[in-house]
Ligand binder design. Structure first.
Ligand code: PRP
Length: 286
């Protein structure tokens, strides 16, 4: 019997995204907890998958070259790499934006205020050059691999192009955003869609979906049942179950988006709901 080669997944070995990505894989049953990702290059996850731990920046190249079958990295890094990779799944973490920013004291309110010929410090030279050239600027790129935010203060550049998540790095360094170039998050990427990758996509997506939702249960008086679907739509429609020994009260259950929980609970209360329970889920396949 021929052995099936495990699919190789390139994962970030360190950096801001790494712990959240490793946790997502653990929640999907692919535990990486015992692996020292910073020193292990390759590690078996199970009989179907093996992890390759490398820098997030290098992942697009490894996936494009076929060194790994699939990878997880920031969409900003994929775009910067220039490799035409397919975005298989948004993992819903590592959300950030790539922005143009300048010193607050320079008084630039928008891109319209910055000089037509300018120097930009960035670790995203390709995206910065393309975006600003497209906007009609004549650009000299100062390539830096980190600490871009100090460049305008040192007179190295007029503006920077950098990643913003919470915005605290820009604020701390007296910089203001002028424009967003792109929004990013951690993505599962591959050279192309491939049926061999479908089980992995389904597995990870079930965790991503579950994280964004809650399972809600409540008891409702029978006359309120014809209005419950408006409050608690569920994946299809809410489950309604009788309670033992009464036909006056029914249990209703449904999956709801976490973002609508406040509304749902208020709505259930308004329908006379009692015993409202909200619980997280491990997996959800819609
Ligand atoms: C990025 C970016 C900023 C910071 C922004 O660096 O370069 O320095 O995050 O985050 P904030 O808006 O929440 O302050 P990252 O931590 O990814 O590491 P890097 O310096 O290696 O790019």
């Amino acid at each position: 019997m021929s052995e099936v080669k495990p699919l190789r997944i390139a994962l970030p070995n360190k950096g801001r995204m790494a712990p959240a990505v490793h946790k997502l894989f653990g929640d999907a049953g692919m535990h990486l907890d015992d692996i020292d990702a910073e020193s292990a290059l390759l590690s078996s996850i199970n009989e179907r998958y093996e992890a390759m731990f490398v820098r997030a920046t290098d992942i697009p190249a490894f996936v494009a070259d076929g060194v790994a079958d699939v990878g997880v990295t920031g969409w900003d890094l994929v775009c910067e790499s220039g490799f035409a990779l397919t975005d298989l799944l948004d993992l819903g973490l590592g959300r950030a934006r790539l922005v143009v920013a300048a010193r607050a004291s320079a008084g630039f309110g928008s891109l319209a205020d910055i000089p037509a010929e300018l120097r930009v410090a960035t670790s995203f030279p390709r995206l910065a050059q393309a975006f600003l050239t497209d906007r009609g600027f004549s650009v000299e790129v100062v390539g830096l691999s980190g600490a871009t935010e100090i460049a305008p203060h040192l007179g190295l550049a007029d503006v920077i192009v950098d990643v913003v998540a919470t915005g605290s790095t820009l604020r701390r360094n007296g910089l203001v955003e002028l424009e967003t170039i792109l929004t990013s998050s951690a993505r599962l990427v591959a050279p192309k869609t491939d049926s061999a990758l479908e089980p992995l996509v389904l597995l990870l997506d079930s965790v991503v979906q579950a994280r964004a939702c809650r399972y809600v249960m409540a008891n409702l008086p029978a006359p309120a049942l014809d209005r419950v679907a408006a409050v608690l739509p569920g994946v299809e429609s809410p489950t309604v179950m009788p309670l033992l020994g009464t036909d006056r009260v029914f249990a209703v259950h449904a999956v709801v988006d976490e973002s609508s929980l406040d509304e749902v609970m208020t709505g259930l209360r308004a329908l006379g709901g009692t015993g409202i329970v909200v619980t997280p889920m491990e997996r959800l396949v819609r």
